[in-house]
Ligand binder design. Structure first.
Ligand code: PLP
Length: 454
C-alpha cells in the first residue's frame, strides 16, 4: 500500500474486532465506501452482494434515504436526551408502545440499550434484581447452549457458548451452564430421529436444572434459530419441549431475537415461527437496519412488577445507559419498521426465502458440502471433507476462510463461521438477486474445490 494511504493508516492505527491482527497487517483492509440496496462498493469501485446484510442486520438495504431523513429530522429537533429520572421523549415512547403491541402478549415493558451485548447484560441484571425483589436471591444461574451467541461483554460473553469468544478471556465469569445445542446434523446420535433428538435435549436440560437445583436456576436463554454459532434451526418440537421443562421448574425463558427478529424467518418474530412464549425478548440489529445502534429488552408484567415494587421499597432500579432511549435511533427504528411493513418485507422474506433455501439446496451434491440448512432468509452451508462420514476439514487448511476470500473475487460477501458459510441478506432481496447470489457462491465453491483437488 501507498504510505499514508487509508490502507496503510488502517493497518497502523486500528485494532479490528473479531480479526486476526497479524494476518490483517499482511493482507490489509477492504475499504467499504458506499452501499445501495443489497450491494456495497469498495473504494476501487468493486461491487459486492452483501450476503450477510452487514452483520445479519441491514433489513431494508443500504442507502435508504428515509432512514437518513428520519435521523436528520430528529437530530434537528432533539439530537439527544436521556431517559433517566422520569425524563422521556416522543420517539422512544412511540417505539416502546409499538414493540409491545407487535410482540407476544406476555411482553409488556421495554428497556432500551445500545447493543445486543448490553441488552443481554441488562437481562441478567433484571432477572437478578427481580429474583432479589421477590425474595428468592439464590435463584441466579442461567442456562445457555454450546455454540450460542449472546454477545461479547463479560456478562453476555459468559452466556455465549463459543470457545473462541471464551477461551482466552477466562469466561464464563458468571454462573452459566451450557447444554447441548439443537444441531441435528452434528449432535444427533446415529439413527436418532429429530423428535427423539429434541426429547433427549429437553431431558438433558431438565437433568441440568435438577442437578443444579431448580431453586438456583433463574433463566434459560436461547436464540430461537441459532445464528452466529453456525445457523442451526432446531427440530420442529424442540422449543415446545424446552418450554415445558422451563415452566415445570419456574425457570424464565429468554428469547434472544437479535438476529431472528423483524422478519428474518418469514414471520415478524421467530417466537411466532416456533411457538415460543417468552418472559423476556431481546431485539436489536434489524430494529434500525443497523443504521444506528439500538437494542431493546422486553419483559413480562410479572418481571416489571417485581422490579417496580422493589424500586418502591429499596430505591431506584439502578441500571441504565447514557443512550438508553436515545431519540435518534428510536426515530430511525420507527421509520425502519414503517418501511418493513409498507414494503411487505416479512412476506418477502418468506417468499424469496423459499427460493434461497431451494437454490442453496441444489448445492447439497457439491463435493465440499455436507449440509444446507436454514429458514426464510437465513441459511448455513456446512463444508465437510467427507460427505459420507461428515468428517471435518483439517482446520489448518482454513477452508471456510478460503471460501470467504474467494467469494470476494466473485462479488459476494458472506460469513465463514469455521467451515459453515452463512447467508443472511437484506430482506429487500429479490428472487433474481437470490439466484445471482447463489450462482456466485456456486462458482466460488467450484474454484475452491478445484484448488484443493476435489
Ligand atoms: N445476541 C445475538 C443473537 C447476536 O447475534 C448478537 C450479535 O451478533 C448479539 C446478541 C450481540 O449484539 P451486539 O453485537 O450488538 O452486542
Amino acid at each position: 500500500p501507498q504510505p499514508n494511504s487509508l490502507y496503510a493508516r488502517d493497518v497502523e492505527y486500528v485494532l479490528h474486532p473479531n480479526t486476526n491482527a497479524r494476518r490483517h497487517e499482511e493482507i490489509g483492509p477492504i475499504v467499504i465506501d458506499r452501499g445501495e440496496g443489497i450491494y456495497v462498493y469498495d473504494d476501487q469501485g468493486n461491487r459486492y452482494i452483501e450476503g450477510l446484510g452487514g452483520l445479519w442486520s441491514v433489513a431494508v438495504g443500504f442507502g435508504e434515504k428515509r432512514l437518513v431523513e428520519a435521523a436528520s429530522r430528529q437530530m434537528a429537533k432533539l439530537p439527544y436526551y436521556h431517559t433517566f429520572s422520569h425524563k422521556t421523549n416522543e420517539p422512544s415512547v412511540e417505539l416502546a408502545e409499538r414493540l409491545v403491541k407487535m410482540t407476544p402478549e406476555r411482553l409488556r415493558r421495554v428497556f432500551f440499550t445500545n447493543s445486543g451485548s448490553e441488552a443481554n447484560d441488562t437481562v441478567i441484571k433484571m432477572v437478578w434484581y427481580y429474583n432479589n425483589a421477590i425474595g428468592r436471591p439464590e435463584k441466579k444461574k442461567f442456562i445457555s447452549r454450546l455454540n450460542a451467541y449472546h454477545g461479547i461483554t463479560i456478562a453476555s460473553g459468559s452466556l455465549t457458548g463459543l470457545p473462541a469468544n471464551q477461551r482466552d478471556f477466562d469466561l464464563p465469569f458468571l454462573p452459566v451452564k451450557h447444554v447441548t445445542c439443537p444441531h441435528y446434523y452434528r449432535n444427533a446420535l446415529p439413527g436418532e430421529g429429530e423428535e427423539a433428538f429434541a426429547d433427549r435435549l429437553a431431558a438433558e436440560l431438565e437433568a441440568t436444572i435438577l442437578e443444579e437445583g431448580p431453586e438456583t436456576v433463574a433463566a434459560f436463554i436461547g436464540e430461537p434459530l441459532m445464528g452466529a454459532g453456525g445457523v442451526m434451526p432446531p427440530p420442529a418440537t424442540y422449543w415446545e419441549k424446552v418450554q415445558a421443562v422451563c415452566r415445570r421448574h419456574d425457570v424464565l425463558i429468554v428469547a434472544d431475537e437479535v438476529i431472528n427478529g423483524f422478519g428474518r424467518l418469514g414471520t415478524m418474530f421467530a417466537c411466532e415461527y416456533y411457538g415460543i412464549d417468552p418472559d423476556i425478548m431481546v431485539l436489536s440489529k434489524q430494529i434500525t437496519s443497523s443504521y444506528l445502534p439500538l437494542a431493546a429488552v422486553l419483559i413480562s408484567q410479572e418481571i416489571y412488577d417485581g422490579i417496580a415494587d422493589n424500586s418502591g421499597r429499596i430505591g431506584t432500579f439502578g441500571h441504565g445507559f447514557t443512550a438508553s432511549g436515545h431519540p435518534v435511533p428510536a426515530a430511525v427504528a420507527l421509520e425502519n419498521l414503517d418501511i418493513i411493513e409498507e414494503k411487505g418485507l416479512v412476506a418477502n422474506a418468506a417468499r424469496v426465502g423459499e427460493v434461497m433455501q431451494s437454490e442453496l439446496r441444489t448445492l447439497s451434491d457439491h463435493p465440499l458440502v455436507g449440509e444446507v440448512r436454514g429458514v426464510g432468509l437465513i441459511a448455513g452451508v456446512e463444508l465437510v471433507a467427507d460427505k459420507a462420514t461428515k468428517a471435518k476439514f483439517d482446520p489448518v487448511g482454513r477452508i471456510g476462510a478460503q471460501v470467504f476470500a474467494k467469494a470476494h473475487e466473485h462479488g459476494l460477501i458472506i460469513r465463514a463461521i469455521g467451515d459453515v458459510i452463512a447467508f443472511c441478506p437484506p430482506l429487500i432481496i429479490t428472487e433474481d438477486q437470490v439466484r445471482d447470489m447463489v450462482a456466485r457462491f456456486t462458482r466460488t465453491l467450484d474454484d475452491v474445490a478445484e484448488s484443493i483437488g476435489k
